[in-house]
Design a protein around this ligand. Structure first.
Ligand code: SF4
Length: 420
């Protein structure tokens, strides 16, 4: 049978889609890149934010006229588990812990509802397709229960996968284009496999796969520590970029969110990070309009934005999520949430542009990802800080080129290869 996968969401959703590709491929199903000749359609969606959920459901509702008469549609991933109501023309809902049986599930008669999160959800035996970036999940689930977040209800309790199975999955998935390995977990800092913690695992992966760049997502500020910072600083192939979501700068809101740290704790860790790794690129997630957020609380968030000067940020407004504690709280006024978000975006984007401008004249190491869509004589890659860079000339995908940044166009650095 031919299957089509539409993926809406984060790196974890992309990893899950690659797992499904492999499990379907093992049973001789072939992937279709157009929806109209697919027998099976998977819509893999994220439900962490309302916006992503709406896009995925919009796609499900819009596809009716384009698909084969007997094509079967399954909503999968966190989205499947989160939905209380779903489009009536779908054939099933499959949660994140049933992918290893996916080719049996699609042969089941009637409507399929497999949304529990009890299974282990360990897919380290799958070969992960990749083009330069190899996404590898080292654990599943989350035990943190931040009050705004639906993830622990959708992906279940935290389970760390064995180092051996992780190494095997990386080895079997690496191809000639692979340039970096991105280790994924909802909170990688809480990785714990029979006493082996994340710093130890990270060192082992960096040593075994020393020809590849290593990154990881996501760190939780409460568990992020000096040991990890020193490992990033010491190991050349672990990239100097850290994503550390702070969510809010207000202590009152952080307590209501159950984040487990206060503003000063977060800033102390950021200062330590900047002191130990001079050229570190720091990115974050931050929201506006959490219930009961006042102007003072929002100003505390802006204080962190101005003090840290993040290289980039994922900025969003609070939306109520089913099951989560904050989903039962009084929502803030939509206009206020939006006004604060717009202000936050304006200030953070100007910081991003200022920081980008300082790259001019610097030498960067760019991992080549693809040809530029705008100019067929240029390539697109990422530097050690995970910034997108246009590099003049054509180079092999997956190679690392030393380049000098000659100008910044809009938000994008343009670089030329530096002769050795
Ligand atoms: S750490 Fe908090 S925000 Fe992140 S996945 Fe877990 S519950 Fe959600």
């Amino acid at each position: 049978m031919k299957f089509f996968i539409a993926t809406y969401g984060c790196q974890m959703n992309k990893y899950d889609s690659n797992v499904i590709r492999d499990y379907m491929g093992m049973r001789d199903h072939t992937e279709s890149y157009t929806i109209d000749d697919a027998d099976i359609i998977f819509v893999n969606g994220c439900s962490v934010r309302e916006h992503a959920e709406k896009r995925a459901i919009g796609f499900v509702n819009s596809m009716k006229s384009q698909i084969k008469k007997n094509a079967r549609i399954y909503i999968i991933g966190c989205l499947a588990t989160a939905l209380k109501e779903y489009p009536k023309h779908i054939n099933g809902l499959i949660g994140t812990t049933h992918y290893d049986r996916i080719s049996d599930i699609i042969n089941m008669n009637g409507f399929v509802d497999m949304r529990d999160t009890e299974g282990e959800g360990n897919y380290t035996n799958a070969r992960i397709r990749n083009n330069v970036s190899l996404f590898i999940s080292i654990m599943k689930g989350c035990n943190n229960f931040c009050s705004y977040c639906i993830v622990p209800y959708l992906r279940g309790k935290e389970i760390s996968f064995s180092p051996d199975s992780i190494f095997k999955q990386i080895e079997s998935s690496i191809n000639t284009k692979t340039g970096e390995i991105l280790l994924l977990g909802q909170n990688v800092n809480s990785y714990n496999y029979r006493g082996k913690r994340f710093p130890e695992l990270l060192i082992e992966i960096a040593n075994i796969f020393k020809n590849y760049r290593i990154r990881f997502l996501t760190s939780h500020p409460k568990d992020f520590n000096e040991l990890l910072i020193r490992i990033i600083a010491d190991k050349e192939n672990i990239m100097n970029s850290v994503h550390l979501p702070f969510q809010s700068g207000s202590d009152k809101i952080l307590k209501m969110m159950h984040r487990g740290y206060l503003q000063t704790d977060y800033l102390k860790k950021i200062n330590m990070l900047k002191q130990i790794i001079k050229d570190v690129a720091i990115t974050t997630d931050v929201m506006t309009g959490f219930p009961f957020e006042t102007e003072h609380d929002f100003n505390e968030t802006m204080k962190v934005i101005l003090e840290v000067r993040f290289d980039d940020a994922f900025m969003y407004k609070f939306s109520k999520r089913n099951y989560s504690l904050a989903g039962f709280m009084n929502d803030a006024d939509e206009n206020i949430k939006l006004r604060r978000l717009k202000h936050l975006i304006k200030i953070q984007n100007s910081i991003k542009i200022e920081k980008m401008a300082t790259l001019k004249g610097k030498t960067v190491k760019v991992l080549i990802e693809r040809k530029s869509k705008k100019s067929e004589n240029d390539c697109i890659g990422r530097d050690e800080g995970d910034r997108m860079i246009v590099i003049k000339g054509l180079f092999d995908i997956g190679t690392v080129i030393k380049a000098e940044v000659i100008e910044i166009k809009g938000n994008t650095p343009i670089a030329i290869k530096k002769e050795e």
